[in-house]
Design a protein. Structure first.
Length: 334
C-alpha cells in the first residue's frame, strides 16, 4: 500500500450501504444488469488560522466525485460492481486536479474483493461534519484510506483481510466487526483490529462505535484502545505516516474517544457539535484534541449548504493544520 497517498483517502458520510454512494441516478437495465451513476459536486471556501502562523483563505472543489454502479442478478447471485473517483490525484495543494481512484470493487452476495473501505473504517459511527480531511481523525476511521482487501459478511459479522499498511509485513492486516442495529435507529459496532507493525510485532486493539437516537436527534460515541491503531486514527508516535505505531523500536498504545451530537432543528436545518480526545503512550507528546461545530441547511433534498468551525491541536501535514478553520460549502448530490 502507498501509505503516503492514503492520507488523502477520507470520506465524509453518515451512513453506509452496499456501496459508498448515498445518491444515484438510474440509467437503465441491459443484459440483466442495472446501471446507475452517483456522486456530488462540492465547492468550499476555507479561512484558516494556524497556531503560531499566518492566516489564509482559499477555495477548492476537488472533493467533487462521480461513481458508476452495476447490479446483476444471475444464477441466484447478486453481483455488484462499483468504481468511483474524485479530483485529489495531484499533490497538495492540488494544482492539476487529476482524477483519483477511490473505490473499485466487486461484491458477490456477501463477499467483497477490490479497493474499498478497510474494516477499521467500518468500526465507527460517523458524525455529521463538513471537514473532508481531519473530520474523523482520532477514531479508527481517522485516515479513512481504502485498501485492496477481501471481506465477507456473515450475519452481523464482517471479516476483512487487507493489504497491510506496513510494506514489510508477512501477513495481511485484519479486522472483525460485529454490527447490531436496534429498534428506534440505535446502533452498536464492536471491532477487533490486528496488524504487523514496523518492528515485526503483531499487535491489536479494539473499538466500540455506538449511535443513540433521542427522538429525531442522535448521539454518536466512539472509543478505541490498543496497539497498532495509529495507522488508522492518524494519531501516534511523532505523527509519522511511515511508522505511526512504533517509537524507539517499541509498540505504541493509545486510547481515545469521539463524541458528537446531531440536533435536527426542522426538516431542512440541522446542527452538530463534536469533541475528540486521544491519549498516546509515547514520548513525543502526540496527544490529540479536536472541537467541531456546524450548521447545515438543505435548500432541496439534494442541495445543501453548510458552515463549520473546527479547532485542532496537532498538525499532520498541510492538509490538517494545528489551529482553527472556518468552512463555507455548497454540495449538490446526484
Amino acid at each position: 500500500m502507498n501509505y503516503q497517498h492514503s492520507i488523502l483517502a477520507l470520506a465524509i458520510t453518515t451512513g453506509l450501504g452496499v456501496a459508498p454512494a448515498t445518491h444515484a441516478l438510474e440509467l437503465g437495465e441491459f443484459n440483466d444488469t442495472k446501471f446507475s451513476i452517483g456522486g456530488y459536486f462540492k465547492t468550499e471556501a476555507i479561512y484558516e488560522k494556524i497556531d503560531d502562523g499566518d492566516s489564509r483563505i482559499f477555495a477548492r472543489a476537488n472533493q467533487s466525485r462521480v461513481n458508476l454502479k452495476t447490479v446483476t442478478q444471475k444464477d441466484g447471485h447478486t453481483i455488484v460492481g462499483f468504481v468511483e473517483g474524485d479530483f485529489y490525484g495531484g499533490s497538495y495543494p492540488a494544482e492539476n486536479n487529476d482524477l483519483r481512484l477511490r473505490h473499485a470493487f466487486i461484491k458477490v452476495d456477501q463477499t467483497t474483493v477490490g479497493q474499498t473501505w478497510t474494516g477499521q473504517f467500518w468500526a465507527v459511527t460517523y458524525n455529521d461534519y463538513l471537514d473532508f480531511f481531519a473530520g474523523p481523525r482520532g477514531t479508527l476511521g481517522g485516515l479513512n484510506f481504502r485498501s485492496n482487501l477481501i471481506s465477507h459478511e456473515a450475519g452481523d459479522f464482517r471479516f476483512s483481510a487487507q493489504d497491510p499498511v506496513n510494506d514489510d509485513a508477512d501477513i495481511p492486516d485484519v479486522a472483525v466487526n460485529y454490527n447490531l442495529n436496534f429498534d428506534g435507529g440505535h446502533r452498536l459496532i464492536l471491532t477487533a483490529s490486528g496488524r504487523e507493525i514496523e518492528n515485526g510485532d503483531f499487535v491489536g486493539g479494539g473499538a466500540i462505535g455506538s449511535k443513540f437516537m433521542i427522538g429525531p436527534h442522535s448521539l454518536n460515541v466512539n472509543a478505541h484502545y490498543g496497539e497498532g491503531l495509529g495507522a488508522f486514527t492518524a494519531v501516534g508516535a511523532n505523527n509519522s505516516l511511515t511508522s505511526p505505531d512504533v517509537e524507539n523500536g517499541e509498540a505504541v498504545s493509545q486510547a481515545g474517544y469521539d463524541v458528537g451530537f446531531r440536533y435536527v432543528i426542522n426538516s431542512t436545518w440541522r446542527a452538530n457539535i463534536a469533541y475528540t480526545s486521544v491519549e498516546v503512550d509515547d514520548n513525543a507528546e502526540t496527544d490529540y484534541e479536536a472541537h467541531r461545530a456546524n450548521v447545515i441547511h438543505n435548500i432541496t433534498q439534494d442541495l445543501e449548504v453548510g458552515l463549520e468551525w473546527r479547532k485542532y491541536n496537532l498538525a499532520l501535514g498541510p492538509l490538517r493544520p494545528d489551529g482553527q478553520q472556518v468552512e463555507l460549502m455548497a454540495k449538490l448530490s446526484f
